[in-house]
Design a binder for this molecule. Structure first.
Ligand code: HEM
Ligand code: HEM
Length: 244
């Protein structure tokens, strides 16, 4: 590897992220933070419905976190760094089939098949958290936007909210199984880069390396999405349901 190349890999990112000579930054910090926070928030949302006791306010809080994270990740798919962008990893069906047949090699970022699962998970989590806002538990708990819809509509959205969760469990299980398959069968550790952000430099062409996590932009997006949600929730009409 030439001296210029080494210098380029060793460059310090704007947020002080430093690649060593043999690693290159692929996943920016927002992608990684969103991923692992999403894991915690989804488990939190599930646990707060499964546990005995009055956990509904926490179910709603975890739900808000899921909604804010997923919305920010979707916007990041248009405004984020190279590998975070949908345009860099979402492929046409032909490429997905060729990937399945082993005709095309994997990519530095998400592979064409993984990309489909990622889109599906983001879409399902978005619908899950939005339907939760309008849901009711047939007794006295309601989502914060329940007052905007009729009881029949709320019941329909609640039913979707309950059914969709099972599909989320299926998708996440397949996703985790795929990550373990790559790790143990294909000897390709996708997990470590999702934690550290780095992949071995020899696998990452110079044009595909990222220099900065664009943290300021991600923070601005997250704050805007959070602020908008707070405004929507706080300005919603008061509503309660009492069916005894
Ligand atoms: C509720 C749980 C989870 C959800 C909703 C979830 C969702 C996602 C999403 C949306 C991505 C795309 C990342 C991005 O570009 O922003 C991703 C990537 C990834 N996830 Fe998860 N994930 C979950 C749990 C896990 C767990 C437990 C593991 C560990 C086994 C894991 C391993 C990975 C890996 C390795 C990638 C990167 C795949 C690649 O290199 O293409 N995920 N996940
Ligand atoms: C702000 C967002 C959310 C609100 C306000 C909300 C609200 C609700 C309400 C009112 C119920 C009661 C339905 C019933 O038992 O009849 C419920 C159930 C449930 N929610 Fe949410 N939810 C939100 C987000 C989420 C998220 C993000 C997840 C998971 C990813 C989730 C998973 C569940 C599960 C597993 C149940 C139990 C379903 C069942 O009993 O079969 N919720 N939610």
């Amino acid at each position: 590897m030439g001296e210029t190349a080494v210098n380029e890999i060793s460059r310090v990112g704007k947020e002080g992220e430093r690649a060593s000579n043999d690693t290159a930054l692929v996943w920016d910090l927002p992608v990684r933070l969103i991923h692992w926070s999403l894991l915690v928030a989804v488990i939190g949302s599930w646990l707060t419905r499964e546990l005995e006791g009055d956990w509904f306010s926490w179910h709603t809080r975890f739900g808000y976190v899921v909604l804010i994270l997923v919305t920010t990740r979707i916007l990041w798919g248009f405004l984020g760094t190279h590998h975070a962008r949908f345009s860099s990893f979402v492929r046409d069906p032909k490429t997905v089939i060729e990937y399945l047949q082993g005709k095309t090699r994997g990519t530095v970022g998400h592979n064409p098949l993984g990309a489909l699962m990622i889109l599906a998970m983001l879409a399902m989590l978005l619908i899950q958290s939005v339907t939760g806002l309008f849901a009711n538990d047939q007794v006295f708990e309601t989502g914060p936007l329940f007052g905007h819809v009729s009881i029949e509509m709320s019941d329909r959205l609640t039913s979707l909210h309950k059914q969709l969760f099972d599909w989320i469990v299926v998708a996440v299980s397949v996703h985790v199984a795929a990550a373990l398959f790559y790790l143990f069968v294909r000897r390709d550790n996708l997990l470590k880069p999702m934690i550290t952000g780095y992949k071995p430099a020899e696998l990452v062409p110079h044009a595909e390396r990222i220099e900065s996590s664009k943290l300021w932009l991600a923070t601005l997006l997250l704050a805007t999405v959070g602020g908008l949600l707070a405004w929507i929730v706080l300005s919603a009409p008061e509503a309660s349901i009492y069916i005894f």
